[in-house]
Design a protein around this ligand. Structure first.
Ligand code: NDP
Ligand code: 8X3
Length: 252
């Protein structure tokens, strides 16, 4: 069978990196994306022994850069069968009345507009071929709000709405849309949220065995390997110690 080509955003870390590794071992061709070219090159070197890999370095916030990067792909990479919209982060954790507006811009620009920009560039090819699969990384924060989560939650509620809308709009074109909504996954996510404060970041997982990037990668592979007539539409996944956005069983 011909290998399917996957474009994955946010491949330089966490869930995206783990997913790239798993898909490389499972016969997918990979277009690894992120801003940190050094990490992209290192990962590409590692995975090239298992599959065909190429990299694109761009910021999903910048529409001209998104278009330039994706349009620069050589002909043999232009048919993108699967898009994994994974790039995203929380920036800050503050009550709405004292929120940092630059953090708000970052979350809405990356998590929402970035996902839209990348999708807008890739979807016409899928529509033309009447085939494709989009996987969007939402969050439990896109299903329930929690204290001080405000704008991050809003960005992930938007991802939930966009995923459901995509499924409807793309239905006539047989394009699958899967939204994956994890709870706590230990990646660089908390470090980014707390602006590099490692002690605060570690605190998030105190007394809990969180999910790993590999756990989410597993579910993505499952969704991608269902038969043509099956779509995994919406998945919520928690560590066993978590029951909702705010209920976590911590062992001290
Ligand atoms: P990481 O911080 O480990 O990874 C985030 C990735 O996003 C990096 O590869 C980063 O690459 C990329 N990224 C961030 N900003 C941009 C940008 N402006 N342009 C391009 N790429 C960008 O976090 P996770 O792996 O945990 O997060 C992945 C996704 O999973 C996110 O959408 C997150 O919201 C979601 N999620 C995470 C959970 C968790 O608890 N960890 C739970 C629920 C959902 P680079 O910096 O090189 O550009
Ligand atoms: C990441 C999970 O609960 O920190 O999306 O929002 S949470």
């Amino acid at each position: 069978m011909t290998k399917r080509t996957v474009l994955i955003t946010g491949a330089t870390s966490g869930i995206g990196e783990a997913t790239s590794r798993l898909l490389a071992r499972n016969d997918f061709r990979l277009i690894l994306c992120g801003r940190r070219q050094d990490r992209l090159s290192k990962l590409a070197d590692e995975l090239q022994t298992q599959t065909e890999v190429t990299t694109l370095s761009f910021d999903v916030r910048e529409l001209p850069a998104v278009k330039r990067a994706i349009r620069s792909l050589p002909a043999e990479w232009q048919q993108i069968d699967i898009l994994i919209n994974n790039a995203g982060n929380a920036h800050g954790l503050s009550p709405i009345q004292t929120g940092d507006t630059e953090d708000w811009d970052a979350m809405l620009d990356i998590n929402v507009k970035g996902l839209l920009y990348v999708s807008r560039e890739i979807l016409p090819g899928m529509v033309q071929r009447n085939a494709g699969h989009i996987i969007n990384l939402g969050s439990i924060a896109g299903k329930e709000v929690y204290p001080n989560g405000n704008v991050y939650c809003a960005s992930k509620f938007a991802v939930d709405a966009i995923s459901n809308s995509m499924r409807i709009d793309l239905n006539a074109h047989s394009i699958k849309v899967t939204a994956v909504h994890p709870g706590m996954v230990e990646t660089e996510f908390a470090l980014v949220r707390f602006k590099g404060d490692a002690a605060k970041a570690a605190n998030v997982y105190n007394g809990v065995m969180p999910l790993r990037g590999e756990d989410i990668a597993d579910l993505i592979l499952f969704a991608l390997t269902r038969p043509p007539h099956v779509v995994v539409a919406d998945l919520i996944v928690f560590p066993t110690a978590q029951a909702s956005a705010t209920v976590v069983n911590r062992k001290s």
